[in-house]
Design a protein around this ligand. Sequence first.
Ligand code: PMP
Length: 409
Amino acid sequence: MLKQRFSDNAKQMRNSEIREFFKLTEKPEIISFAGGFPSKECLPSEEIREVSSRLLMEAEEEMLQYSATEGQKDLREYIVDFMAQKKIDVGIENIMITSGAQQGLDLVSKIFINPGDKVITEAPSYVGGLGAIRNYQGDIISIKVDENGLRLDLLEEKLKELTKRGQSVKFIYLVADFNNPTGLSLAIERRKELLKLAKKYEFLILEDDPYSDLRYKGIEKPNIKSLDKEDHVIYLGSFSKIFIPGIRVGWVIAAEEIIQKLILAKQSTDLCSNSMGQKLVTTCGREGIIDDQIKKLRQLYCSRRDMMMKSLKEYFPSEVRWTEPEGGFYTWVQLPTFLNSKDLLFKAIEENVAYVSGTAFSNNQGQNAFRLSFSQPTLDEIEEGIYRLGKIIKKELNSSRVRNQRCIK
Ligand code: PMP
């Protein structure tokens, strides 16, 4: 009875495989490569304790009162400077503070998507981005990626086909730097080309960027937003991965007209983002604590990334492929097509090791792939966890070979 009363939107909402899965990985003995959580050893607890008690004395009202829907002015001013380091030139009127980048994904979907509207995503793509688009009944078109990110040849083919049918695309959602789940980045030439396509076919680009400050190797790539001279890009930033996720502070950058509409959408969602969190970010940002944290995190995650790459090489069989990320939290593992990553996951959990299977990140694909996150486990745990996974995969490969031989006989 109650079921029928839910809205059409609510009826088609799906459980995120990742959230469900966390329940299984909460056992302390599990080595988890599942969550995209910052490392708990590196959370800046001391600094937060000191700054927040000082702020409660010096700026009690700003900490404890409601704040403007678009966000505290001093935080938006800090973000203007933070973005200038990335050569993204904006004013505070182009910025709205969100409760994490996730709220940005939701609000952008809310103001742009009518049921059935076409939205393009990478395949595979961030599960929370897909969820936000689906919640507003967007029609997701997935475009494959290669080692240089989104395949623009396939994108243009799709855009031509849609144009022929008289259809258009509302926006394209992508994580251009150290994608979640693949760890891959979009090549510079493709960033420029994508902007040209956005102009030609008149769609917006939603650039979700929680990871670009966490680069460990290679040469920095300009954010798509920094190349955008005509307001085709809506940019989402977040302090979750580079500072702390618990305060839920992110931001959107867009043309003023879009920001004004987002403010209206946010007003009926949460009135304003966490005031204490905003004040804390501004102060820690201005005092250099966030920059120091980014430096520490780069070092820590770089060593974990290297250990994961080394262990994969050592313990995984040659039939398995994986990406070699230059930053971020993730690597994407591809098994031979006859192996199923979800089936394998149950065996992995029996051995106290966990990952997220690939189907979470796409529309009916990724059955033979999975995401490994190297941000949380220690170096020893990474080596041990990958060793255990390697053993399980080798055993599965052997038993399917035996099964095949039996069939041939
Ligand atoms: N986008 C991507 C690509 C992410 O990986 C995440 C978090 N895992 C988010 C957005 C949401 O981050 P936030 O904590 O800022 O809401």
